[in-house]
Design a protein around this ligand. Structure first.
Ligand code: FES
Length: 71
């Protein structure tokens, strides 16, 4: 998702690109069904926030349309 957002010109914050710093947190507003399963690092870093749509952009793969809220 990180590269998709950057390709669209979205101003993304990211540091590690490996799921360890959590600077790339985004919130999925629509299209959860088009995203990859939660990674280990997302479960560890975000915990219950995953249920509110928060994801680590660098750990999430996009397979279809989704609406993402940055920052
Ligand atoms: S860039 Fe560090 S967790 Fe995504």
């Amino acid at each position: 998702m990180l590269s998709s957002c950057m390709d669209q010109g979205a101003p993304m914050n990211f540091f590690c690109n490996s799921g360890k710093c959590a600077t790339c947190v985004v919130q999925v507003m629509e299209g959860n069904e088009h995203l990859s399963e939660f990674s280990f690092n997302e479960r560890y870093r975000l915990g219950e926030k995953l249920q509110s749509g928060y994801r680590l952009a660098c750990q999430t793969f996009v397979y279809g349309d989704a609406m993402i809220k940055l920052g």
